[in-house]
Design a protein around this ligand. Structure first.
Ligand code: PEP
Ligand code: MN
Length: 338
C-alpha cells in the first residue's frame, strides 16, 4: 500500500501518518519526491482496511497494491483450480458444457430436453426449480416438485444437475438435489446466501451480477471461499450497457482478465449474455476461443412456448449443431469439449 501525500503536506502531517501506520502494526517508508511525499507501507499480509487514513490531514490518496480477495487471487494460489463434478472438470484442458431449459416446467418438457442433451454427449443438465423473476406475476418455478423432476433426470440419464438456489431458506434442499448449486446474478451480493453456500460441500456456480465490477465479482467468490468451500466456478452472464436491443452484453474480455487475477475456473453464459437465440452459436464459439472453461446454454424443445427466457433458448436440433461446431473448434484452441 502507498499513501500519497498532497504537494503541500507538512513534515508534521507526514509524521502523523507514519505514526498512525506504526499504530496499525505496519511499517512506514516515506519516499520524498520533489513536489510531494509518498509513504510505502509494508508488513501487511492481506489488504488492510485503510479508509481512515484518507481523512488524515495532508493525505491525497491511498493506493492498494495487494488484492482485496486473498483466497480467490492467483497471487495466493498460482495454479489453476480444477473442479471435478462427478468426472466432469472445470478449469483444466476440458471445456464442459451445461445445458437445459431456463426453468423446469413439466416432466415432459424436462425429459425431452434431457434426452437430447444426454444424446449430444453433454454431462451436465440445468433447469431452475426456483426462478428469480423481475416481475412477481411471472412464472416463479415449480419449487420442490421441480427439484424432484431433476432427480428423475439424474436417475434416468446419468446427467449431473445444476440448479439455482435463490434464498437461504431453500439452499439446503436445493443442495441435496444438485451436483452444482447455482447462485444467480441478482444474488451475487446476497452476502448471507454466499456465506451459506460457502458452508455447503457442493460446487457453486456463481454468476456475475449484471452491474458488478471484476473486483466485486471476485469478492463475492471470496465470501464462499472464506467459509471453507473451495469449489467455486465463476460465470460471465452479460452486463448491462446502453447497447440495445441486446438484453445484456456478454463481457468476453473479462475471461482473460479473471484468468490473470484468479485461479478459479470461469464459464460463459451466452444465453443470458445476449438474450437472443441467433447470437448463441457465434458467442459460444467466441467464449471457447477466449479461454472460457465451459458454457451454460438454455435449450427448449419449443422456445415459443417456454415459460421463461424463450427468446434466448435454442432448439434441441440447434443444440446438436452447436455441440458439433464446438467439438470442431476445441482442438484448434487446445480444449477437449464435453
Ligand atoms: C438463469 O440461469 O436462468 C438465470 C436466472 O440467470 P441470471 O442469474 O444470470 O439472470
Ligand atoms: Mn434463464
Amino acid at each position: 500500500m502507498f499513501i500519497v501525500m498532497s504537494p503541500g503536506a507538512t513534515r508534521e502531517q507526514i509524521a502523523a501518518v507514519c505514526d498512525e501506520i506504526s499504530r496499525m502494526g505496519l511499517k512506514a517508508h516515506p519516499i520524498n519526491g520533489t513536489t510531494r511525499t509518498a509513504i510505502g507501507v509494508t508488513g501487511n499480509k492481506t489488504q488492510v482496511a485503510a479508509d481512515h487514513l484518507l481523512v488524515l490531514s495532508g493525505v491525497e490518496d491511498v493506493v492498494h497494491v495487494s488484492s482485496p480477495y486473498r483466497l480467490a487471487s492467483r497471487e495466493s494460489h498460482p495454479d489453476s483450480t480444477v473442479i471435478n463434478v462427478g468426472g466432469v472438470k472445470f478449469g483444466g484442458s476440458e471445456f464442459s458444457v451445461i445445458a437445459g431449459p431456463c426453468a423446469v416446467e413439466s416432466r415432459e418438457q424436462l425429459m425431452t430436453a434431457a434426452n437430447r442433451v444426454a444424446r449430444a454427449g453433454v454431462k451436465l443438465f440445468r433447469g431452475g426449480a426456483y426462478k428469480p423473476r423481475t416481475s412477481p406475476y411471472s412464472f416463479q418455478g415449480l419449487g420442490k416438485p421441480g427439484l424432484e423432476l431433476l432427480a428423475e433426470v439424474r436417475a434416468k440419464y446419468g446427467l449431473r444437475i445444476v440448479t439455482e438456489a435463490i434464498d437461504t431458506e431453500t439452499i439446503e434442499m436445493v443442495a441435496e438435489y444438485s451436483d452444482i448449486i447455482q447462485l444467480g446474478a441478482r444474488n451475487m451480493q446476497n452476502f448471507s446466501l454466499l456465506k451459506k453456500a460457502g458452508r455447503m460441500r457442493k460446487p457453486v456456480l456463481l454468476k456475475r451480477g449484471m452491474a458488478a465490477t471484476v473486483e466485486e465479482f471476485l469478492l463475492a467468490a471470496e465470501y464462499i471461499l472464506s467459509e471453507g468451500n473451495e469449489q467455486v466456478i465463476l460465470c460471465e452472464r452479460g452486463i448491462r450497457t446502453m447497447a440495445e436491443p441486446a438484453r445484456n452484453v456478454l463481457d468476453l474480455a473479462v475471461i482473460p482478465q479473471i484468468k490473470l487475477l484468479s485461479h478459479l475456473p470461469i464459464i460463459a453464459d451466452p444465453s443470458h449474455g445476449t438474450g437472443r437465440q441467433a447470437r448463441i452459436l457465434p458467442m459460444s464459439r467466441a467464449s471457447l476461443a477466449a479461454g472460457a472453461d465451459g458454457l451454460l446454454i438454455e435449450v427448449h424443445h419449443a422456445p415459443e412456448a417456454a415459460l421463461s427466457d424463450g427468446p434466448q433458448a435454442i432448439t434441441l436440433d440447434e443444440f446438436d449443431t452447436l455441440m458439433a461446431e464446438l467439438r470442431k473448434l476445441g482442438p484448434a484452441v487446445g480444449r477437449i469439449v464435453h
